[in-house]
Ligand binder design. Structure first.
Ligand SMILES: Cc1cc2nc3c(=O)[nH]c(=O)nc-3n(C[C@H](O)[C@H](O)[C@H](O)COP(=O)(O)OP(=O)(O)OC[C@H]3O[C@@H](n4cnc5c(N)ncnc54)[C@H](O)[C@@H]3O)c2cc1C
Length: 415
């Protein structure tokens, strides 16, 4: 990019939302530039080693609501293989440290917890999900652990109302070649500037002016798709200041969830696609997905406060914790059968600062506030802006398309 450039529409961020918005803007024959801080496309969608036989999704992996997920359709158009094996969380786990009768009791307690949550009238106070736990319930710790995987945070931090607004069709599929590959491929050919961070958006003049690490861009409109945590910490400054955006983003922190991939020798001893909880009596536990896609691997998942603590102790902290939990379940020799393959610390990543958004208690309306356009020329998208598909890659896609449509309509080009 030249030290100063000019476009109709500037899109900030080339994740799922920015790529979807960029495609729609280009299809409408508007001039645009997508400005991306990282050296790659995809943001929190990232398939590592995408050319290998075992590509690894370090970010999104599941096509949630796959029957209505636009990325599924795009994956099919790209000729990808869709794996329709039901996810481990919708089946019984291996009875390792968790007997089948205990699993039945846990599932029943979990169902009852959701029923209590469902009974929350939309007009009632917007309180924490933890309020719906049974006092001193036997399975509260594990229900909380599941919340750290689903929301990236424990239930005391999560708005029950926002949680209820999430729409899940219950169909969860995967892309064998990697979800991240699908999203990055969809971005190929767009006018993207990689490795260029936006630092300031001046919306005080006749045209917008963006200051970036590689010079300035003037534009008639902009779509901001960076994670809510980036807006909350004001890594991008708005001039004049937009305190309502900072406040909305503060109400929608990014929860933390990190995946650690381990190789597993003599994997055939375990069933494919089976799940094991490290512990069932505390919320600080990993969940271990054995043999995803039948591979000789374990995908370990850590969320919430535990993930924050492990991130502070570096990559080795994750490996030690995972091996410690697995050895406690499967015996000392098991340590020799696993080797770390790959991990990404999303909380430490300066361009995400977490994994996916949740709303704090009392802050469920922040999603609409974050998504609202400013002066019909500064638009917002990204998973956190989605009222009912937040935290997902398809929610990001839909929000990106919606913002692009709004730009097109504002410029009098609507069909
Ligand atoms: C471990 C993990 C597991 C997940 N699992 C799933 C799953 O199974 N299914 C699912 O649907 N979702 C899942 N998600 C969530 C999903 O990945 C995200 O919701 C989605 O990718 C977000 O897309 P986005 O476009 O809103 O944001 P992002 O992908 O974060 O895109 C924003 C872009 O903005 C860029 N940016 C940041 N700051 C600047 C700046 N100053 N200037 C320019 N660019 C900047 C970033 O680099 C990034 O590329 C998971 C996420 C993680 C981390």
């Amino acid at each position: 990019m030249a030290s100063s450039s000019n476009t109709d529409v500037a899109i900030i961020g080339a994740g799922a939302a920015g790529i979807a918005a960029g495609r729609r803007i280009v299809d409408a024959r508007l001039d645009c530039v997508v400005v991306e801080a990282r050296a790659r496309l995809g943001g929190r969608a990232w398939t590592f080693d995408h050319r290998s036989a075992c590509p690894i999704d370090l970010g999104c992996g599941w096509l949630h609501s796959a029957d209505r997920n636009p990325w599924r359709e795009l994956a099919e158009i790209q000729g990808r293989s869709i794996d329709k094996t039901p996810p481990p969380w919708m089946r019984l786990s291996a009875p390792i440290g968790f007997s089948l009768s205990e699993q039945a009791a846990f599932l029943q307690a979990h169902r009852e917890f959701y029923q209590r949550l469902d009974s929350l009238a939309d007009q009632g106070p917007d309180i924490a999900g933890a309020s719906f736990l049974e006092p001193f319930g036997r399975w509260n710790a594990l229900i909380n652990a599941v919340s750290t995987y689903v929301s990236g945070a424990e239930l005391d931090r999560v708005s029950a109302r926002d949680f209820l607004r999430y729409e899940d069709s219950g169909v969860n599929w995967r892309v064998v070649e990697g979800y991240g590959s699908v999203i990055a491929t969809h971005g190929r050919g767009l006018p993207v500037v990689l490795g260029c961070a936006v630092q300031l958006i001046d919306h005080g003049g006749r045209r917008l002016r963006l200051e970036t690490t590689h010079g300035s861009i003037t534009a008639d409109a902009a779509i901001v798709t960076v994670p809510s945590a980036i807006i909350a910490e004001e890594s991008i400054l708005f001039r004049p200041h937009l305190p309502e955006k900072t406040q909305a983003a503060l109400g929608l922190p990014l929860g933390l969830a990190d995946k650690l991939f381990l190789s597993l020798s003599h994997a055939e001893e375990f069933d494919e696609e089976t799940r094991v909880f490290g512990r069932t009596d505390r919320s600080e536990t990993g969940v271990y997905h054995f043999r995803p896609f039948g591979r000789s691997q374990i995908e370990a998942y850590f969320g919430g406060r535990l993930a924050f603590e492990l991130e502070a102790s570096g990559d080795v902290g994750f490996v030690d914790f995972a091996v410690g939990e697995l050895v406690a379940l499967l015996g000392n020799d098991f340590a020799r059968r696993v080797k770390p393959l790959r991990l990404h610390r999303w909380g430490a990543d300066p361009f995400s600062r977490g994994s996916y958004s949740y709303a704090l208690p009392g802050k469920s309306d922040c999603r609409t506030q974050l998504a609202a356009a400013v002066d019909d020329r500064l638009f917002f998208a990204g998973e956190a802006c989605s009222p009912s598909d937040y935290s997902t890659a398809h929610g990001a896609y839909l929000s990106g398309v919606a913002a692009a449509e709004a730009v097109i309509a504002a410029r009098g080009m609507g069909r």
